[in-house]
Design a binder for this molecule. Sequence first.
Ligand SMILES: Cc1ncc(COP(=O)(O)O)c(C=O)c1O
Length: 349
Amino acid sequence: MAPLPYDPERVVISGNENPMGPSKEGLEALLKVAPMGWRYNPQGENLDFQAQLVASENVKQGYVVAYPGSSIPLANSFPAFTSPTRPWVMGQPGYGGGGGRWVGNKVIQVPLRKDYTHDVEAMIKADPNAGAYYICNPNNPTGTLTPRKDLEYILANKPKDAVLVIDEAYVHFAGPDNYSTELVRQDKDVVVLRTFSKIYGMAGIRCGATFGRPDLLSKISQYGGTGFMPVTATACAAASMKANPGLLVERLAINKKNREYAMEKMDKLGVSYIPSVANFFMMSVKGMTAAQVGTAMLAKKVQLAGANRWPSMPNHIRVTAGSWDDMTKFNAALEQVVKEGPPKMASAG
Ligand SMILES: Cc1ncc(COP(=O)(O)O)c(C=O)c1O
């Protein structure tokens, strides 16, 4: 769908962005380095960032590679680990998968279990000779966690030369007990994808990283996207990491409060939702499809995720937990939508 024209009145809670924005410390560092942006690497910012990444996850040197966000290494993981005979296996509903289509490699989508965890036994059975098994944890769009024992099941049962790709774009919202970089420290066949787009509020500044054994990371980086990092991004990210653990603890709590504010309202309105540990959740309004809810909410200037992104859940629509003000407007719009019922939809023809 083409982007909607900009409207400052519209509440945009469609892209799992974080209205807390870049941290104060990060912004100060970014502004300080910006005038030197004519140099590729003005004051060793890339090196400082690299050192922070290594220290933050306590991994060995060489076990992390930076990217401007995690979309690039995710896309690169398809040619890196899959082939026409070695598919990519992922959950349904899940995130991404498009990279397989572009390179012509098969993508197998396996329905999540009833509790919205990844059905790892079914994922292995779906193709015991896959090249990569992808777990988004917490999962986008359900906001649910797949436990460590299930990740370990994949490692124990996958083909020897296959890789487990764990996308932890939202893991900071779920708390440090859920970080799977422990598996990287154990030298397993694991690649962990991280981004600064979410809890760090830097989606438009572009910063991310891959963690894993150097032999696995180089398979990803050979397809490009590493090169020079934006110095504004690395300076901002490094300073933000230095503000941890306080920064993450505070942001996790704020996000939880705003998410629960919306959930309390949904409970009152009889709107069902999937309990989430991330900065988004799936909701379902009785008697309405996701497309109808999306259209009705948009008419009230609240923009949710594209309704047709997850065809296996046609009655669920994804909502980003935005600011308190965003969720106040969301709550008011949802109350109206529930009262008014399904909107008239333009015919698909
Ligand atoms: C699960 C997941 N992985 C990766 C990304 C890519 O994020 P970015 O390229 O901004 O790091 C997103 C973005 O929404 C996401 O939801």
